[in-house]
Design a protein around this ligand. Sequence first.
Ligand SMILES: C[C@H](O)CC(=O)SCCNC(=O)CCNC(=O)[C@H](O)C(C)(C)COP(=O)(O)OP(=O)(O)OC[C@H]1O[C@@H](n2cnc3c(N)ncnc32)[C@H](O)[C@@H]1OP(=O)(O)O
Length: 589
Amino acid sequence: MAAPRVTMEVGNDGVAIITLINPPVNALAIPIVAGLKDKFEEATSRDDVKAIVLTGNGGRFSGGFDINVFQKVHGAGDVSLMPDVSVELVVNLIEDCKKPIVAAVEGLALGGGLELAMGCHARIAAPKTQLGLPELTLGVIPGFGGTQRLPRLVGLSKAIEMMLLSKSITSEEGWKLGLIDAVVTSEELLKVSRLWALDIAARRKPWIRSLHRTDKLGSLSEAREVLKLARLQAKKTAPNMPQHQACLDVIEEGIVHGGYSGVLKEAKVFKELVMLDTSRGLVHVFFAQRATSKVPNVTDIGLKPRGVRKVAVIGGGLMGSGIATAHILNNIYVVLKEVNSEYLLKGIKTIEANVRGLVTRGKLTQDKANNALKMLKGVLDYSEFKDVDMVIEAVIESVPLKQKIFSELEKACPPHCILATNTSTIDLNIVGEKTSSQDRIIGAHFFSPAHVMPLLEIVRTERTSAQVILDLMTVGKIIKKVPVVVGNCTGFAVNRAFFPYSQSARLLVSLGVDVFRIDSAIRSFGLPIGPFQLLDLAGYGVAAATSKEFDKAFPDRSFQSPLVDLLLKSGRNGNKGFSFLFVFSLFCQ
Ligand SMILES: C[C@H](O)CC(=O)SCCNC(=O)CCNC(=O)[C@H](O)C(C)(C)COP(=O)(O)OP(=O)(O)OC[C@H]1O[C@@H](n2cnc3c(N)ncnc32)[C@H](O)[C@@H]1OP(=O)(O)O
């Protein structure tokens, strides 16, 4: 791959086009930052340059500062590896430049990428360009002036929402908010940007330095009220994340003492945050997530994913209906099979409720919801299975039942069909023991609620074919999951790690510790729910079945807690409608 570089071309019209080149996302690596400083200095000093356009190569403006540098900073424990971009480049060379600079953005402008663009005197964007400041997901705050310029361009509340939720917007929305000056086609992007820059130079268009604006900030008391509410909200939703409160403090500095003062405080706080364990952990997560898409002997052997258009889901319970929802929401046709019409109707109603819930929470339009529901068909037999590309079995954790289903599937489905099971624990060789299709058998372990939770644990056996693994990874991405391929053993990766955690929680209960105290300690540690609330949600039947598998596989490591059996014996199943409070009081009697 060619070295990252910045180029500059000066046209006959006197406009210098400065281009970032660092595929695939034009990350602002150290040589790019150095190249930008060089080119802006050159363009400023050349007499034949009247105006400047900053753009990115390959249809993407920039994915932000190079996150590899954070890793280097963490490895060396040396924050001085971070270059000074905010003042030296964005304020001095871009915003305070004597020649107008227009950002021509396309594809994406995220983090430091958007911050460079906000330092320019105008921004022209191609349609559907993704704009955002997602730095908080990396444990830091925007560090190239974003905490100051975004509120000045889109207003305080919207800027806080975009930064604290790391929520990006499209260029169309950006135009309505004032972040983008014009949205034009990709073909016209450079032409319009050049003209815009020349218009600013000739004073036909305003020459705006975002950092100097105050018109969208509101009065000091209004701003303080907005910040107060945001602090309370962040305390609730991200109690263990120092970057959220820090971001609000830095924004406030700029409102009270002016944008430049805010920029200086931002740089100082950024450097403090980048050295904390939170940032180390979150940067690790960023690269770890991407590493999951590179599976040796699967993704590096030239295979192409086969299209999966029609999926059958067996079982319309909590998991099956969630899995079906995830697929129909992403335009994959689903056949949902149940054993009788009562269960089928219940499954379909759950799927409808899942989809409606997304509409109510504003995550889906009514139109998209209607279209998604058209992709669903309920069935009671295998006649619809003759042309499915993948089956996902999601019935209860019973070995004989799963074995029976898989031998039936072998006959009912076409030979290319992927045979997946949503088992959370059972060894896949046992599930497929009664078939001769071991190369097509794979685990597709979703997490409840399956249409919301991002993780998809893909379990491969020694005999699962590379093509089948690649196909499932591809479907996983289409349905917006993070697919992680793991090996086959009792509990796979997730439950294998979860098992000692839940066992310890049950051991504490048997020693007399209150379940609510345990859940609350875990929540203050940072997990969204504790082990017992999770037990309630998953259902006690599932817990009993998985415990049995672990007892069998690791008899010397299992703690025999009577808790779940007692709950089941008293006719309860957690998610089926009884509160744990009530159940726990029974257990204590
Ligand atoms: C001081 C400043 O305020 C600080 C910052 O700017 S911090 C950076 C802020 N920016 C971000 O957080 C954006 C991070 N990137 C992303 O969200 C996504 O990669 C994206 C939306 C840009 C592209 O997504 P997608 O097309 O699915 O590709 P994805 O697989 O994620 O990334 C492609 C490659 O680019 C790399 N990459 C993406 N953004 C990068 C970045 N900012 N720095 C370094 N590498 C980056 C990925 O690691 C991946 O590398 P690989 O192919 O070797 O695994």
